[in-house]
Design a protein around this ligand. Structure first.
Ligand code: BG6
Length: 490
């Protein structure tokens, strides 16, 4: 089975931070892939904008190198690369002064019918400068869109301020707040599983589900991002956005349609139903950790503090027991965990169903294990529904726990696109379903802020864990206190 590509209308994408890390690793490769997939129409243009002067040709060389480095060699097609590079140009622009803005305006031209997407792949501290200059240089028209990356603020107050800043120039329908987890293939498949099958929805509630686990485990450490990461930590970096968005998709009520606001209204209700975690219960419901020296991917690695070269209480691991106080989910814990330098890179959502009420099988048949739906985000995307079946053969009745495997790589011949490919095309189409609405960002911070406050009030440093393990022992205790265990990613 292959997927169908529908070309998008021609557009201009202006990437601020056009020579930065995100552009190099994700945006240029993603746009190239869409070129290769035949989705870009003429005359689509991509304009890199950064502070340092650079010729168009040098920018094209930069882009070609990015494609060589971040696209699989088998997907490097020189003819397609050349066609893609012909779309590129570069303008040196200073976000904090008027330098380069007239040149940018000239480069963009004045076609007000074509979609114009400004991608702010820069520090949020530049959002205000850039958006106000976009306005004063009259670069914003009805078909203009702005794409912003997380972090949207570092707490509720700063998120509101940042949203206000952008909101002064753009209407909400023009603002695309990226959470790249929403562009991941399996994350969207979660919606297909829930809402395109009659099987799950009747069981999708506290009567049949025992608990849910969401794990986003990384094996990498700081990756030269110390400046940002040490001021953020795992709660702000991963939980406030990616993990909470996953939680929303698992827990939301069926929206009336895939219309952006229909979906986002339902996600918002989940965020607003989360039971508060404050200094009264943070000790019992949250665990913060920080990695110590250990081993990862077969080699010895430094601890967080050694990598950082100064003391820090920033958490590189979080585990949380969250509760959603509504009719569907009351009493069903959602165990969330994420961390750097964990045992492997593995992200998954595990929906554990309740055990059968009574076993008719004798002891010789073996234990009847409760059903589990395991939605694997990465690597090896796929979905497994774990079931009990009879062990085949003429012997007595022996039961076996086996997965019904819907692993995509085996079922579909199409390559799995990177999240950014899907999301950028959605911006061009004007489809906001997979982007965070302003009130969602605010509601997520409203839940996270009291946790940050509770942690700030304790004198306790984060619990240490050895790099290459599954986090501090307190995280294991968090779930085992409830007679449950973390699902060990395969
Ligand atoms: C980013 C975080 O949003 O997501 C990073 O800032 C993290 O710290 C990354 O490494 C993980 O993304 P992915 O797609 O590799 O799981």
């Amino acid at each position: 089975m292959t997927s169908q590509i529908i070309p998008v209308d021609p557009f201009d994408c202006i990437v601020f931070g056009g020579t930065g890390d995100l552009a190099e690793r994700k945006l240029i490769p993603a746009l190239y892939q869409r070129q290769r997939g035949g989705q870009l129409s003429e005359p689509t243009r991509i304009i890199g904008a950064s502070r340092s002067p650079m010729s168009d040709d040098d920018y094209r060389k930069f882009a070609e190198n990015a494609i060589k480095e971040f696209v699989k060699p088998t997907e490097f097609d020189q003819k397609q690369v050349d066609q893609f590079l012909a779309r590129l140009s570069y303008v040196a622009v200073d976000a904090t002064s008027d330098n380069g803005w007239e040149e940018l305006k000239t480069e963009i031209g004045n076609d007000t019918k074509r979609v114009r997407a400004f991608y702010l792949a820069v520090s949020p501290s530049l959002f205000a400068d850039i958006s106000s200059r976009l306005k004063s240089y009259k670069l914003v028209h009805d078909h203009t869109r702005i794409i912003v990356e997380k972090p949207i603020g570092r707490d509720l107050q700063s998120a509101i301020a940042l949203n206000d800043t952008i909101g002064h120039v753009f209407h909400e329908q023009q603002i695309f707040r990226i959470d790249h987890y929403l562009g991941k293939e399996t994350v969207q498949n979660l919606m297909a599983l829930r809402f395109a099958n009659a099987l799950y929805e009747p069981l999708w509630n506290s009567a049949h589900i025992d608990h849910v686990q969401i794990t986003v485990a990384e094996s990498v450490g700081l990756e030269n991002r110390a400046g940002y990461y040490d001021t953020a930590g795992a709660l702000r970096d991963m939980v406030q956005n990616h993990i909470m968005q996953l939680l929303c998709l698992v827990a939301m009520e069926p929206p009336a349609s895939m219309d952006a606001d229909a979906v986002r209204d339902e996600k918002l209700k989940v965020l607003r139903s989360l039971s508060p975690i404050t200094s009264k219960n943070a000790d019992e419901l949250t665990v913060r950790g920080q990695y110590r020296a250990g081993a990862s991917s077969g080699g010895a690695v430094k601890g967080y503090i050694q990598e950082l070269e100064h003391p820090s209480n920033t958490e590189t691991f979080v585990a949380i027991k969250a509760e959603i106080a509504n009719w569907r989910w009351a009493g069903v814990p959602f165990y969330l965990r994420t961390g750097k330098r964990l045992a492997s890179r593995a992200s998954e959502i595990v929906v554990s169903f309740k055990p059968i009420p009574h076993s008719i099988f004798g002891e010789g048949a073996g234990r009847v294990v409760a059903n589990q739906l395991v939605i694997r985000l990465q690597p090896d995307e796929g979905v497994k529904q774990w079931m009990m079946i009879k062990d085949p053969g003429p012997g007595g009745m022996r039961l076996r726990h086996v997965p019904l495997d819907m692993t995509f790589a085996e079922s579909f011949t199409a390559r799995s696109p990177d999240a950014y490919e899907r999301l950028i095309m959605d911006v061009v189409r004007g489809n906001q379903t997979l982007f965070m609405r302003r009130d969602e960002v605010v509601a997520a911070w409203q839940w996270v802020d009291p946790i940050l406050k509770a942690w700030a009030e304790t004198e306790q440093p984060p619990a240490g864990y050895t790099a290459g393990t599954w986090g501090p022992s307190a995280a294991i205790a968090l779930i085992e206190r409830d007679n449950r265990t973390w699902h060990e990613p395969e």
